[in-house]
Ligand binder design. Sequence first.
Ligand code: ADP
Ligand code: ASP
Ligand code: MG
Length: 456
Amino acid sequence: MAQIIVKFGGSNLKSPADIERSARVAAAYQTPLVVVVSAFSGVTDALIRGIDEAILSEKAPDTLCSDLKEIHETALKLHIESEAERNSVRAVLQERLEQLKKLLVGIHYIGAVPDFTRDQIVSTGERLSAPIVAAVLRKEGLPAREILPETMGLLTDGAFGNAAADLTACAQRLPSILNPDITPVIPGFYGLTREGKIAIFGRGGSDYTAAVIARSIHAESLDLWKDVDGFLSGDPRIIPDSRTIPFVSYEEAAELSYFGAKVLHPRTVEPLEQDQIPIRVMNVEQFDGNIKPYTLVGPAKQGKPSLKSVAATEDIGIVRLEGPGVGSRPGILARATAGLDAAGINISSVITSQTSINLLFRKKDLSRALAVLRSESVPSVVAVEHFEDIAIIAAVGDGLRHTPGLASQVFGALAEGGINVLLTQAGASPVAMYVIVKKEDKARALRAIHKTIHRG
Ligand code: ADP
Ligand code: ASP
Ligand code: MG
């Protein structure tokens, strides 16, 4: 029988008491599972802050490690009665916390943090939660055993901070290790470089780990347990009346998560599309003993085209190359982007007009991109501008490119709300269109477009 991959994220592990609920969920499946876990809520953020603090202060590593020890010790005491079991998990945690402290002290004395060390530190939260979750699952009667990505050989492309898995290597290595007679519990968020160093998949990366494993062992489904009623028509923190979307295609999910819907790591669907492995999004807060999906993510279905969801991110900046005819003369874009390519800078999107080429970058790459583009002498370009205080909004729905009226639904909503659109792109994706607005207009724009979703 094919296994199901079950992922519990930080949203399921907010307080030490939450672990037991996740364990009850896992026990309710009555089918072979592979469990992927994130760090306890807030732990990854604390580790990221801890790096900066450790560089400045000699005491910071001690403080962080004792805080983390306390959080995890509380969970152990709460859930594990057997002294022997507690001691054996405690020994593993102790060793990992000592390792963390050594790394933090090391960066304090060096005064800098190499990329590979950063990823090792930031991924520690998952190596602290996994042994505890495994112990709690054993208490629920499951044959759970922690298996580290290091042991499985979960190979990546080695891009620290934002790695992608080597799916071919994973498909060769993982099946023999993830035996259906046990319930493997795997710390998510990272894999290994060819040299055996840890490389993380970017924030929210446990969803992606779970997808990589699902693909590698031909899982029946990938079940993501969250704290909301599935994939919603908008971020509930900005749009309180957002509603559950029962079905989302892979392409829609990819566009939404790429441009901001935090519920899914942006690359989660990539490993799943080829074998059409479904994602089921569940709500741990509503768990009543039944495995009930709120949203199914799978291959596109025929249906009435409509707008389904909106998402936005401020993690975007624009470099605009201006000059007469730059958008239509051959070779200019290639020339402009060659330098970026050489510098390893990823372009998120390109929007051209007759007189400008707008290159979109993630904020972390913006200043480097600007420097590269200012240093190139690109023919016909007379000015290089940049814009930061902006947000990109994605309006998503299958059929958007081919259905007259859907784009005007978006623009009509923005005009009605008096929101100025700085730039727009439609047609590049068959399921999404993008508008760029000022950062301060983001929430109003999202709500205005969202209102039309249910009006139809
Ligand atoms: P986990 O830690 O389990 O991976 P996340 O916090 O990363 O969970 O993702 C769940 C959160 O995503 C929700 O609590 C919600 O606030 C946020 N979110 C943003 N956009 C959406 C959306 N379109 N649908 C559902 N949740 C969303
Ligand atoms: N713990 C990591 C993060 O906070 C990975 C994850 O939650 O999926 O980004
Ligand atoms: Mg997440």
